[in-house]
Ligand binder design. Structure first.
Ligand SMILES: [Fe+2]
Ligand SMILES: [Fe+2]
Length: 257
């Protein structure tokens, strides 16, 4: 079903939403979601539901990259197909978790910003920079933190699931990093395509999360996992500095030492 554009979003940055059946209520901005405090007993359920749909967005993006760029080299198309298969498994896993713990598909609203943002990026290098190298790298930090939390809570089954997902996400970021580096060496114009896409993606992301939602207080950059995912030490260092600065700004805003 096509999504209408929310007044807070610039239509230049957001394409049509993906198809969702009648079970789903689709929202366009973070503030319209069900955002529960972490100590709410329903928090985890809502997280599994939201994540199930996010994984579906990543699956849809990986698959679209194959159909939208039929002339891309075989190697990258192979990796995108493999990624699509992994993401389909992630969707299933979150659905199983949700249902095993008493939840149901459609119980909470969902957002499809990852898909909609990618629709407006017209180069494969730009899409991989935004989806794999940014959204999934942020997801890698989140899942690395979630592993520690699940272990701490004695939820070993959940921790194992997150570890499997972490291993997959490292591969998805790494193949994109490898391919992007190769493309940058081949044609200097690719630097421009990539930076334009990153700027567009960042502005679009800010519009979706305008009133909060970036969980910057909780955890920093998963340095080891990012190195494993093919980021250079210098790039990881920049990510750490940016993350620390973001969290410092939030602490300042909230008046926390
Ligand atoms: Fe995934
Ligand atoms: Fe992934």
């Amino acid at each position: 079903m096509a999504s209408t554009i929310h007044p807070a979003l610039d239509p230049a940055f957001f394409g049509e939403g993906p198809a969702r059946d009648e079970r789903f209520t689709v929202k366009e901005v973070w503030v319209d979601m069900v955002n529960l405090p972490e100590d709410d007993p329903q928090w985890k359920m809502e997280f599994f539901h939201r994540q199930m749909n996010e994984e579906c967005n990543v699956l849809e993006n990986a698959a679209s990259n194959i159909t939208d760029f039929p002339d891309a080299d075989w190697n990258i198309r192979y990796w995108l197909a493999r990624q699509a298969a992994d993401e389909a498994r992630h969707v299933d896993t979150y659905r199983e978790l949700l249902e095993a713990r008493g939840g149901a598909v459609g119980q909470y609203p969902v957002m499809n910003f990852q898909y909609r943002i990618l629709r407006k990026i017209d180069t494969l290098i730009g899409r991989l920079a935004v989806q794999n190298r940014t959204f999934e790298a942020d997801g890698l930090d989140a899942v690395t933190h979630a592993i520690e939390e699940a272990r701490r809570d004695g939820d070993d089954k959940l921790a194992e699931m997150y570890e499997t997902q972490q291993a997959d996400e490292v591969l998805h970021i790494r193949f994109a990093n490898d391919w992007i580096k190769e493309q940058l060496g081949k044609d200097p114009r690719n630097v421009l395509h990539m930076s334009r896409a990153l700027t567009q993606g960042a502005r679009a992301f800010e519009q979706v999360f305008a009133k909060g939602g970036t969980n910057v207080m909780k955890y920093g950059v998963a340095t080891e996992a990012r190195l494993e995912a093919g980021f250079d030490p210098g790039e990881v260092e920049v990510a750490v500095q940016q993350s620390d600065a973001r969290r410092a700004r939030v602490r300042e805003r909230l008046g926390i030492d």
